[in-house]
Design a protein around this ligand. Structure first.
Ligand SMILES: NC(=O)c1ccc[n+]([C@@H]2O[C@H](COP(=O)([O-])OP(=O)(O)OC[C@H]3O[C@@H](n4cnc5c(N)ncnc54)[C@H](OP(=O)(O)O)[C@@H]3O)[C@@H](O)[C@H]2O)c1
Length: 246
């Protein structure tokens, strides 16, 4: 069977599919012929994604909060069998502060959205995955190039790699991988940098070996490769334009 034929019959769950990298992956997979379910908490963001994405006949949008186990159980009961589960979810607003200013409830919210949520997706989703299925999680450059104010995000991103290694063993033959983006121009930057977003991204673009900032489609393509290469499991794929080197 060709890769195109395989993708055409695939059912893919994308948590975080209403924005940024998840939205770009949803578009990529819908264009390739897959059946896609996008998940996020905000109905407004989901309906905006619906307006923007192609092939509505193969697209489902479901509101769920993956930090809530009852939401995750309900999600998988609604969806049924899947080929791939992807999480690009993150709720990181307010977490980039020095330790004396840190509100631990915000740190817990970040850990819940990026680490506990994916753990719940694996716990309840693994048995819904068809043979040859995969789980792909999203970490990030903060684990590899830490900076002041970034301790919580660095810790969560580092933990995601270890979680994927462990799940790749425990859930085998399901493959479990992590994509680790560098700085990518998505709506998350509005929450992180506000009006300083363009200046921050421009400055980083000048430093990077590739000479530009990442786009959501760069990461979407990388996630699709992890989903479809049957010999990759327990791997962190860096999609950072060389940011770990500068
Ligand atoms: N952009 C970058 O420069 C960058 C760099 C390194 C790593 N990353 C990582 O890459 C991933 C994707 O980032 P992005 O830039 O695409 O972010 P984004 O545009 O903000 O999208 C995040 C998505 O996650 C959903 N989400 C957040 N919390 C959720 C929850 N508890 N349950 C369900 N859905 C939830 C959001 O929808 P709702 O808010 O409606 O729930 C949204 O669809 C994240 O893990 C981020 O930390 C990003």
């Amino acid at each position: 069977m060709s890769l195109e034929t395989t993708i055409m019959s695939e059912r893919v769950l994308i948590v975080g599919g209403s924005s940024g990298m998840g939205l770009a992956l949803a578009e990529h997979m819908l264009m390739a012929g897959a059946e896609v379910t996008v998940v996020g908490r905000s109905e407004d963001r989901l309906s905006a994604a619906r307006q923007r994405l192609p092939h509505p006949e193969r697209l489902r949008a479901i509101a769920a909060d993956i930090t809530r186990e009852d939401d995750v159980e309900r999600l998988f009961q609604t969806i049924g069998t899947l080929d791939h589960i992807v999480s690009t979810a993150a709720d990181i607003a307010g977490v980039y502060v020095l330790l004396p200013d840190m509100d631990i409830s915000i740190a817990r919210r970040v850990m819940d959205s990026k680490l506990i949520g994916p753990l719940l997706l694996a716990k309840h989703g693994a048995r819904h995955l068809a043979s040859g299925g995969s789980i792909t999680l999203t970490s990030g450059i903060a684990a590899y190039r830490p900076a002041p104010k970034g301790s919580v995000v660095a810790a969560v991103n580092g933990a995601l790699a270890s979680l994927a290694f462990a799940l790749a063993v425990e859930l085998a033959p399901i493959r479990v991988n992590v994509v680790s983006p560098g700085w990518v121009d998505t709506p998350i930057w509005d929450a992180v940098a506000g009006s300083g977003k363009a200046a921050a991204l421009d400055a980083m673009a000048k430093r990077l070996p590739v000479g530009r900032i990442g786009q959501a489609a760069d990461v979407a393509q990388a996630i699709a490769s992890l989903m479809h290469n049957g010999f990759i499991t327990g791997t962190v794929l860096h999609v950072d334009g060389g940011q770990r080197l500068v």
